[in-house]
Design a protein around this ligand. Structure first.
Ligand code: FCB
Length: 418
């Protein structure tokens, strides 16, 4: 048996985001869901019919209700219970996001009730020994801002900075770690390159502009936060994907890897260079590229969503990020696995490679599994199950999955056993 020890002050936790768990949010996504639920249900077979377990997911995937976030996990009310569970699983940190549309439902008018709510959330976390990592924007927008063009508006950085200032002034004594934006590149890709997510504006020119607008928003917020609290640590949650060429000798395959790596992993970091106290890794995707096509490697195991599992990829990403000489946190890494047969080994395998990076002297300081709870997975709805904790969406009952206990044991002992 091998024992891999992690640093004593390593942070262990899980992540959530407001729209995906809170329930009853009213923002650009909730409105879009109402208009698109029937279409998404009809398209489910085309998107997921090829998956080996299609029959298991079909009833949910073909039901329009699956695509309405609605009450979600009712976490807005049940956060105490959920954080009790996180504490019982030996987590010592938790990442969550503040819902902008609750805080500023009307332009420039900040809602005191919502502000008090997140004070309570933070108090509850601290009482349970959970270090908060707070995301300011996890994709959903107040309706007034969506109407102005959302992240495609040149004014977005101004509005975001104002919101960030308001939030940080409120919570500066309770929060040390701030994450400004969640995965800008995912939004750019899904909303503006593929045109699948709201506002479904497919245009490469727009995608390019949004890159720059979001980078400006982050950079402005970075300075604003430090002005309010010089001890704050500010970062941006970046999706980082693993890319390898189908044939190592093919210059075309290698060229596609370089281009994909540049736009997916690197460009945002370049635009925000000098505006990070730490860097993050949100790792889900491995791509073997045969020129411009992704070639699914059948030897790899896959998630319920058909995403290829490749734990080694996280090691290469960490090695690359290390060249920026900043502390690193894994702020998301997780698996859709309703039957919970693969999650434990998924977590352990990824942690094994993270440990290998730490052994090499790479400064990795924490790991947040996605997600604490099953939740609303954007345009795919509720059927993908990422949670350490299972949610029964009819009764809102929480059930701790076996893999959560296995991860809890690692968090408790700071040791990974093989
Ligand atoms: C990430 C998102 C998160 C969740 C996971 C599965 O890209 O940040 O909200 O949807 O994927």
């Amino acid at each position: 048996m091998t024992l891999l020890r992690f640093p004593k002050d390593f942070l262990w936790g899980a992540a959530t985001s407001s729209h995906q768990v809170e329930g009853h949010t009213r923002n650009d996504w909730s409105e879009w869901e109402k208009k698109n639920a029937v279409r998404l249900a009809k398209e489910a077979y085309k998107k997921f019919g090829h998956l080996p377990h299609w029959e298991r997911i079909q009833p949910e995937a073909e039901n329009p209700k699956n695509y309405l976030s609605g009450a979600a996990c009712d976490h807005y009310k049940k956060f105490r219970e959920d954080f009790d569970l996180a504490q019982s699983l030996h987590h010592n940190a938790h990442r969550f996001s503040i819902e902008w549309s609750r805080i500023e439902p009307e332009e420039g008018k900040f809602n005191q009730e919502a502000i008090d709510h997140y004070h309570e959330v933070l108090t509850t976390l601290h009482e349970r020994g959970l270090e908060p990592f707070v995301t300011l924007w996890h994709w959903t927008l107040p309706l007034w801002l969506a109407e102005k063009g959302g992240v495609h508006s040149q004014e977005f950085p101004k509005y975001f900075e104002r919101y960030a200032k308001h939030i940080v002034s409120q919570y500066k004594n309770e929060v040390r770690f701030w994450i400004t934006l969640n995965e800008p590149t995912s939004v750019i890709g899904a909303s503006y390159v593929n045109g699948n997510w709201p506002p479904q504006e497919k245009s490469l020119w727009r995608a390019y502009r949004v890159f720059h607008i979001l980078a400006r928003a982050h950079n402005r917020a970075f300075h604003a936060i430090h002005k309010i609290d010089s001890n704050a640590e500010v970062g941006l949650a970046n999706i980082l994907q693993s890319f390898v060429p189908y044939q190592k000798t093919s210059w075309l395959d290698k060229l596609s890897v370089s281009i994909a790596h540049f736009f997916t992993n690197e460009y945002m970091l370049r635009l925000t260079r000098g505006h990070h106290d730490f860097l993050t890794v949100q790792y889900y995707f491995h791509n073997r590229l045969k020129f411009i096509r992704r070639d699914h490697n059948k030897d790899h195991s896959e998630s319920d969503l058909g995403w290829e599992v490749y734990p080694e990829g996280i090691f290469h990403i960490l090695r690359w990020l290390n060249s920026f000489h900043l502390p690193l946190y894994i702020t998301e890494n997780g698996l859709a696995d309703a039957l919970d047969t693969k999650r434990e080994s998924f977590i352990k395998e990824h942690l094994r490679f993270i440990h290998q990076a730490i052994e090499m002297g790479i400064d990795v300081r924490g790991y947040f599994y996605w997600s604490l709870l099953d939740n609303f997975e954007w345009d795919k709805g509720f059927w993908p199950r990422f949670g350490l904790i299972e949610i029964d969406y009819v009764t809102q009952k929480r059930t701790v999955r076996p893999s959560a206990l296995a991860y809890g044991k690692i968090a408790e002992t700071h040791t990974l056993e093989f």
